[in-house]
Design a binder for this molecule. Structure first.
Ligand SMILES: [Zn+2]
Ligand SMILES: [Zn+2]
Length: 259
């Protein structure tokens, strides 16, 4: 799970929200309204904006961002109120006492990509490992609202399956000849602190073998992200986001697409 802690996205470390050590389960939300996902570097600002909107709501008098976790289309899990805290998002106190709240940063004009679903599942798993029961519901199950939209609601009704199945992120099956290992289940992306591990090294070595001018040092820095973007553009991958997920990893490992 790619967790972005409160301090990392610019909120005070502690939330004044009430404690809720256990709950029956989790409600899934979306932000609703038109929204077009920008580069991930803008996502923390969006989470701060959501928090500010909640803090200044004249009716609800929220003490903090209402959700326990907020997930962006890039699969990052932003810590809202966090674990063991009562949500303010589910519509009334009865539901807030019964379920934690996880919100997708998905606009009404956007679809829920696999990366978003991975992130939502990560957040749900994290809550379930820390006091949440196994009920997973859409906000509309508990309150008069369209939230979380038809697409996410269908996913929730199907049991919120992890894309690709299994209990952890799974590589997209590729029938193509491969020169390297399957996607390790970790998104290689620019982050703070900078990602540094063998998965980065493996990907960098593979890109170097393909002819890209890249340093093989295991650090996923701006140069790696730039190479990744250029590669995604060359291979017509979507999105071009500089993040090595299952599709980008798979394309890099193939041996029949080297130009
Ligand atoms: Zn909702
Ligand atoms: Zn993002």
């Amino acid at each position: 799970m790619q967790l972005v802690t409160r301090t990392e996205w610019g909120a005070p470390a502690e939330t004044p929200a009430a404690d809720l050590p256990t709950a029956l389960g989790v409600d899934v939300h979306w932000i609703g309204g038109p929204y077009t996902t920008p580069d991930h570097s803008q996502c923390a600002a969006e989470v701060r904006a959501i928090r500010q909107e909640h803090l200044s709501d004249p009716v609800q008098h929220w003490v903090d961002i209402a959700y326990n976790f907020v997930v962006c289309q890039h699969g990052y899990v932003f810590e809202g109120r966090g674990l063991h805290k009562e949500s303010g998002a589910n519509g009334n106190q009865t539901v807030n006492h019964a379920r934690y709240a996880v919100c997708a940063i998905q606009g009404t004009n956007e679809s829920a990509g696999d990366t978003l679903l991975q992130g939502l599942r990560d957040a749900i798993d994290y809550l379930q490992a820390n006091g949440a029961g196994d009920e997973i519901r859409g906000h509309r199950d508990d309150f008069n609202t369209d939230c979380p939209g038809d697409e996410l609601y269908a996913w929730v009704q199907a049991g919120a399956p992890r894309p690709g199945g299994g209990g952890s992120p799974t590589p997209t099956p590729s029938p193509s000849p491969s020169a390297g290992p399957a996607w390790p289940g970790e998104y290689l992306a620019l982050r703070t602190p900078m990602l540094h591990d063998d998965n980065v090294r493996t990907w960098q070595q593979r890109m170097r073998d393909r002819g890209w001018s890249i340093t093989v040092d295991g650090w996923y820095g701006p140069a790696s992200a730039s190479i990744c973007r250029q590669f995604q553009t060359e291979k017509n991958l979507d999105p071009v986001d500089g993040i090595v997920g299952p599709v980008t990893w798979g394309a890099a490992m193939r041996t029949d697409n080297i130009t």
